[in-house]
Design a protein around this ligand. Structure first.
Ligand SMILES: Cc1cc2nc3c(=O)[nH]c(=O)nc-3n(C[C@H](O)[C@H](O)[C@H](O)COP(=O)(O)OP(=O)(O)OC[C@H]3O[C@@H](n4cnc5c(N)ncnc54)[C@H](O)[C@@H]3O)c2cc1C
Length: 442
């Protein structure tokens, strides 16, 4: 069986998280032929966790971790940095769903946070790790209703939370934009590019990291052969951790089941002291919109503000210059609406990144062909889901059993999508309708 990597990771705008880091030392791309016991394709959160876990369990095995770009350059370093423990169903109006499934999701997410906390502490990874929880904010009546439904969902799940009124929201965020809020304590906030880079720099010795190494073609067999621009890698075991870029792998049954959807972030320049004084509020907080199609906002302790909103369906796994320009204008509107006291502050960076979604929130986790394992499709929650999918796929591949692995294996598989062009029309019109409904929450 032969798989062609039709779409390779692109630049997708300048990501502020990555740009704030120092320039990394030169990459070590693959040149020539190499052999390994395992190849992990993609060094995002899933790939970094899978390679590390394989190496922990098999210290004598040779593990190759391959990425087309630098670690932290892709979506793993482009996200808003919320390591979310609670259910986060983007397709529901209040993020929650079926109680049993939600409880299982919480166990998986917390398993990811525990694993990551251990690594960050052990290697002292400098990624602004903050166990400060997350706010949910509502700006209008519809948002308030969604917040109430979310609160009811959390009560049913036995999860702690605190409701905040408009005055308390302003005391934290500095803005009078939010009418109501909710604080949930279990979310961890991180600098995502710093976390990813730190994970890449502290991989076990038996992991060979090949960055700037685009895989063009995969020949599935015994062994598998991955063809890159300047060489090829051979290994009997392959873990797919290339997330949205796997959506074109028809021969493995992924095409037509998982979808590349883009979302976008912008980061302001650093606020001056007078601007910080004019804003008020606390030095560091992260806010999720009451409506999943609304705007995520973070204030960073280094005096910048991060905005995230807008979703687009990009089957070519690439954000166009037009999309980035449109989104930047939308981000500016969202920023000014919330922070009218900061209209002199510019957005320094705007970027996009690929999510991988399935229509039913299912995951193709497991062995897709002999010796080919999948940790793709995090349904928008890659910091926790990607991490746990990567860790557990390594354990599954090596026959290590656990309750968490059973939960993962019992997650629903992705259902089939309608064919194109119906799919594109359907996804684009649903996104447009939901964004319109989100109103000023956006
Ligand atoms: C703006 C934005 C905000 C977000 N906010 C959050 C958030 O707050 N919390 C959260 O949990 N999630 C968030 N997400 C989603 C999260 O970033 C993703 O779910 C996560 O990155 C998925 O991790 P992954 O390892 O599965 O895939 P990715 O991070 O996409 O990694 C896949 C890797 O595969 C590599 N690759 C692909 N094809 C090839 C090839 N042919 N050859 C070599 N390498 C290849 C890519 O370069 C990439 O590094 C956000 C995403 C964006 C874009």
């Amino acid at each position: 069986m032969q798989l062609t990597c039709n779409f390779l990771p692109q630049n997708d705008g300048r990501c502020g998280w990555y740009e704030m880091l120092p320039t990394p030392p030169p990459a070590s791309p693959l040149r020539g032929r190499a052999k390994a016991d395992w190849v992990v394709l993609g060094a995002g959160l899933a790939g970094l966790a899978a390679a590390r876990r394989l190496a922990e369990l098999q210290p004598d095995a040779a593990i190759a971790l391959v990425d087309a770009r630098r670690v932290g350059f892709g979506a793993a370093g482009r996200n808003s940095g919320f390591m979310i423990d609670l259910p986060h169903d983007l397709s529901s109006h209040d993020y929650t769903g079926d109680r049993h499934k939600d409880l299982q999701q919480i166990r998986l997410n917390r398993g990811a946070i525990d694993y990551m906390r251990g690594i960050v502490k052990r290697y002292a990874i400098d990624c602004d790790w903050r166990e400060q929880g997350k706010l949910h904010g509502a700006a209008e009546a519809r948002g308030e209703r969604a917040l109430e439904a979310f609160a009811r969902g959390l009560t049913t799940l036995g999860e702690p939370y605190r409701l905040l009124d408009a005055r308390e929201m302003q005391a934290v965020t500095g803005t009078g934009f939010y009418r109501a809020g909710l604080h949930a304590p279990g979310c961890v906030m991180v600098q995502p590019a710093a976390l990813s880079r730190g994970l890449g720099e502290t991989l076990p010795e038996n992991v060979q990291l090949y960055e700037d190494t685009a895989v063009r073609e995969i020949r599935v067999g015994k062994p598998h052969v991955l063809v890159t621009d300047q060489g090829q890698l051979t290994a009997p075991g392959l873990i797919l951790a290339n997330n949205a870029y796997a959506a074109h792998f028809g021969a493995l049954g992924l095409k037509g089941r998982i979808l590349p959807v883009y979302t976008y972030g912008s980061l302001t320049r650093e606020l001056s002291r007078p601007e910080i004084a004019a804003l008020g509020g606390e030095e560091s907080w992260g806010l999720i919109p009451a409506d999943p199609m609304g705007t995520t906002v973070r204030r960073l302790s280094n005096g910048r503000i991060c905005i995230r909103n807008s979703f687009t369906y990009n089957p070519n796994v690439k954000a166009s210059a037009n999309q980035l320009a449109r989104v930047r204008a939308a981000h500016w509107r969202s920023f000014v609406r919330r922070f009218p006291m900061l209209t002199g502050v510019s957005l320094e960076y705007t970027w996009g990144g690929a999510l991988c979604l399935s229509r039913n929130g299912g995951t193709p986790f497991g062995e897709l062909a002999p010796g080919v394992f999948s940790a793709v499709c995090q349904n928008g929650l890659g910091l926790t889901r990607g991490t746990i999918a990567g860790k557990l796929i390594a354990e599954y591949a090596l026959g290590v059993e656990s309750e968490l692995l059973d939960i993962m294996l019992n997650q629903p598989k992705p259902v089939g999508n309608p064919p194109e062009p119906l799919l594109g029309i359907g996804v684009r019109s649903t996104l447009a309708w939901k964004e319109w409904q989100a109103g000023i929450e956006r």
